[in-house]
Ligand binder design. Sequence first.
Ligand code: MRU
Length: 355
Amino acid sequence: MKKFFEQSPAIRWKDDRLELLDQRILPARHEFLPLDDVESVADAIKDMVVRGAPAIGITAAYGVVLAARKRYAESPENWTQLINNDLECLAASRPTAVNLFWAIENMRKAIDGYQGGDPVPALLELAMKIHEDDIQANRTMGEYGADLIVQHCRDRGIERCSVLTHCNAGALATGGYGTALGVIRSAYARGIIDHVYADETRPWLQGARLTAWELLQDDIPVTLLADGACAHLMKQQKIDWVIVGSDRIAGNGDVANKIGTYTTAVAAHHHDVQFMVVAPTSTIDMSLMDGDDIPIESRQSDEILYVSGYRVAADGAEAWNPVFDVTPAKLVSAIVTENGVVQAPDAEKMANLMC
Ligand code: MRU
């Protein structure tokens, strides 16, 4: 039987439009939202219909195709100028995931090289290539990450490892297969995973709603825990590896990811637990020397004050809602990319990877 990530992509181009699996209502409902114009694509990214750094980038690439179709129909002579506002509208949707800007930049280069005629077929081909390349990168990273786990088992004379993941860095967050969950899928298939734990990931509950659902679709058992429980779990020696994705990695190996990742990394360091970051090279931003310059998205306080539409916080309480944090490179055991693995990352090793 086909696995979940093969039969159910979260992003698809169908009947000349973009369709996104609406991740706001998973796992209760499995519905696709059809999108015909670039403004709705930008809104879908902002509103978290689609989320996860690579998935946001792929979605934006298809958004550029929709924009080109409209602008070319309006003015075959001036569409390459008219589309600038559309690219800006997409770029303004979410600030942290660099894959968004990477994908827009790739589409922009293709627009700059426009030679005349209908631009849509070539741009659609490029968007589909960005999508397909991401899936291939995830499969490669899955194997590299699983190799690290095999090595770890050998070094310690154990048969299997238990892992903890944070947020959702799976098929839902990418073109398919997943980054962190790609490693977990590959390692599980090799029989070297003892147990998968997932942080529930407040406030959007990507762990409880999406990671748990996605793993269970592939018959991979998962145990959820409250975000604050991770140090307690590690203290009991129940975790060998933390495996997470990333939204942006700076030139020195500092890693931005879902809020709470840093907490998990600090706890992992304290308990001698390995910390693996799995991300394609499109997530690496060599223009930033370190993580201090990574823009961190802040979302509305209602996401903290309310749960499923009900106010749970005391009346009058205010909330602070940064949705990403930065884990310093010194807390990272390995960064796994499709181009190779960087152990104990630093600026020199990152530069070698990216050259
Ligand atoms: O706010 P989200 O759900 O878009 O945050 C997603 C994450 O933090 C993921 O871990 C990251 O984008 C990597 S996805 C492969």
